[in-house]
Design a protein around this ligand. Structure first.
Ligand code: ADP
Length: 270
């Protein structure tokens, strides 16, 4: 009982202390609610592919006499399994970035390497979709953080750009420096996002079009992961879009000065 706890503490802490305590409790209740929502969402999202796979396996058993049907069901089972394993991977990734209070493997990171690796991870996806990815901008910039996590974040933005674009369009990944921040933008010429949905795309499990996201194997967690990674680095991720024109997602991270790296290797501000 929240009220009872506050009453008891007022005596011990005085009015000011009680106010602080009430604030902490509200926050604790909110964290608990968010956690419960997340678990409920995860169970719901996992049930869908597991249910589909179970049903397909049962139907396949009944169709054992018909090799064509068996092949069709097997193909659908494979695609549902892929979806499931992608979802599990993203849930684990999100739990990891949510749970970490500090970056475990923080070090000076070359943005050029992150860009090269993230683009490389999506090369086959882009080729398969006949989408050209080009890279440009300022070279030689550094940030302090986790190279693996930053690569995951940028790769999520690029794979979304591919997933929500048509064939024969272009994606531009560009790097620039802006007032002590390193900006990495991923600009596509895809389907775009309406204003009201744009505010929600960073929410966990939010998808504008469930059917399309399902077809591309989307989990609705990719951008929530990107947001966490950006925040963990003292940065942010923002989105800009015009429906049917395209979208631009921008990661902004505190730049790490070159001279600092060479002389001390210390994190800026330490
Ligand atoms: P998903 O796994 O569904 O792609 P994300 O969290 O990465 O999940 O993205 C959430 C939703 O935001 C997507 O389902 C899609 O509707 C929208 N979205 C993300 N990136 C883009 C983009 N580049 N162009 C258009 N829509 C996008």
């Amino acid at each position: 009982d929240t009220d009872a706890v506050i009453d008891v503490r007022i005596g011990a802490l005085g009015e000011h202390g009680a106010l602080l305590l009430a604030d902490d409790l509200t926050r604790a209740v909110r964290v608990e609610e968010t956690r419960r929502d997340f678990v409920a969402n995860v169970s719901h999202e996992l049930k869908t592919p597991v249910g589909a796979i179970t049903l397909l396996a049962e139907t396949m058993e009944d169709a054992a006499e018909d090799p064509d049907a068996v092949r069709r069901f097997a193909a659908r089972m494979q695609s549902e399994t892929r979806r499931l394993s992608h979802l599990v991977k993203e849930i684990i990734e999100l739990s990891r970035v949510q749970g970490a209070s500090a970056l475990p493997d923080a070090e000076p990171v070359e943005i050029d390497d992150v860009v090269e690796e993230a683009v490389g991870l999506n090369r086959n996806l882009a080729l398969g979709s006949k989408i050209q990815v080009s890279v440009g901008g300022t070279e030689g910039l550094q940030v302090y953080g986790s190279s693996a996590m930053l690569t995951t974040a940028l790769s999520n933005l690029i794979s979304n750009a591919v997933a929500y674009s048509e064939a024969h369009t272009r994606i531009g990944v560009s790097v620039r420096r802006d007032g002590g921040m390193v900006e990495i933008s991923v600009k596509d010429q895809g389907i775009g996002i309406s204003k009201e949905n744009l505010e929600r795309v960073f929410e966990r499990f939010f998808r504008v079009d469930r059917a399309r996201s399902r077809a591309t194997g989307g989990s609705g967690l990719g951008l929530a992961i990107v947001k966490h990674i950006a925040n963990d680095h003292g940065g942010e991720v923002t989105a800009w879009s015009l429906p049917s024109q395209g979208s631009t997602f921008t990661l902004r991270l505190p730049e790490m000065g070159r001279t600092e790296t060479v002389s001390t290797g210390a994190r800026p501000g330490e």
